[in-house]
Design a binder for this molecule. Structure first.
Ligand code: ADP
Ligand code: TMP
Ligand code: MG
Ligand code: ZN
Length: 209
């Protein structure tokens, strides 16, 4: 009897959560430094949703030409999923299908603050939104619009990578090559795709060369 009551409570609780998600949309943010597994986690979630026959649309920024210029999001370890390649946040709404239930956005940091109203509009449409992006710049400053999205989110997953100097958990990444672009909020097209341009670093090793 007790077990039955517990089960009833759990399923009622899940029902409430589900009803909430259905009614208001749901925002999940996956943040962290380079190599921490943001794209892997995004792909894992959209693959699970596809298994559940959910209508999913994935978007990535056109700057991300790593591992080819194809219409896929790619992780560093070679996982991929088909996506729309866009340059501005507003294109997410323009390309949105009428019956889409889940929108996943990778490399959110390159869309800037314009992404915020777009995400809000998707949430108003009762869509489940998943956003992955760099939490910090290579100079260890918060990387807009991620801090705002993390604050708005129903769920935030903060991942860490492995420090390439000492092997401990790394919450930062460091630019280790010289570049002509000095604004840390701006992508350097010359460096995108170069896996030797940035390294995951822990707090202790960040200042090491
Ligand atoms: P992100 O999108 O956060 O940059 P990905 O999801 O594309 O990361 O790739 C994560 C994968 O990168 C890991 O599973 C691992 O195979 C690989 N990898 C390479 N360098 C590192 C590192 N320093 N720390 C952790 N994973 C790394
Ligand atoms: P990642 O988080 O999936 O590794 O992707 C980050 C991408 O952004 C990668 O292509 C390298 C690029 N990048 C820049 O162009 N400028 C930067 O300052 C940083 C940190 C990354
Ligand atoms: Mg990634
Ligand atoms: Zn370290």
């Amino acid at each position: 009897m007790f077990r039955y009551m517990i089960a009833k409570c759990i399923s009622a609780h899940e029902g409430v959560q589900y009803a909430h998600m259905k009614r208001t949309g749901h925002l999940e943010v996956i943040a962290g430094p380079m190599y921490c597994g943001k794209t892997e986690e995004l792909i894992r979630q959209v693959k699970r949703a596809s298994i559940g026959k959910k209508k999913v649309q994935v978007y990535k920024h056109a700057i991300d030409t790593r591992y080819g210029k194809g219409k896929n999001v790619y992780s560093h370890a070679g996982l991929s999923f088909k996506s729309h390649v866009i340059t501005e946040a507003s294109e997410i709404l323009k390309k949105l299908h009428k019956n889409t239930e889940i929108v996943a956005i990778d490399e959110a940091q390159w869309f800037g603050q314009d992404l915020i109203p777009v995400v809000n509009e998707l949430l108003d449409k009762k869509i489940r939104v998943m956003v992955a992006g760099l939490a910090m710049t290579y100079e260890r400053q918060p990387f807009a619009p991620m801090p705002t999205l993390m604050a708005m989110a129903d769920k935030t997953t903060k991942l860490s990578a492995i420090c390439s100097v000492c092997g401990e958990e790394a919450v930062f990444h460091k630019r280790i090559v010289k570049t002509t672009i000095h604004n840390p909020l701006e992508a350097d097209p010359a460096l995108v795709g170069r896996t030797d341009a940035y390294e995951a670093r822990c707090r202790h090793c960040f200042d090491k060369p």
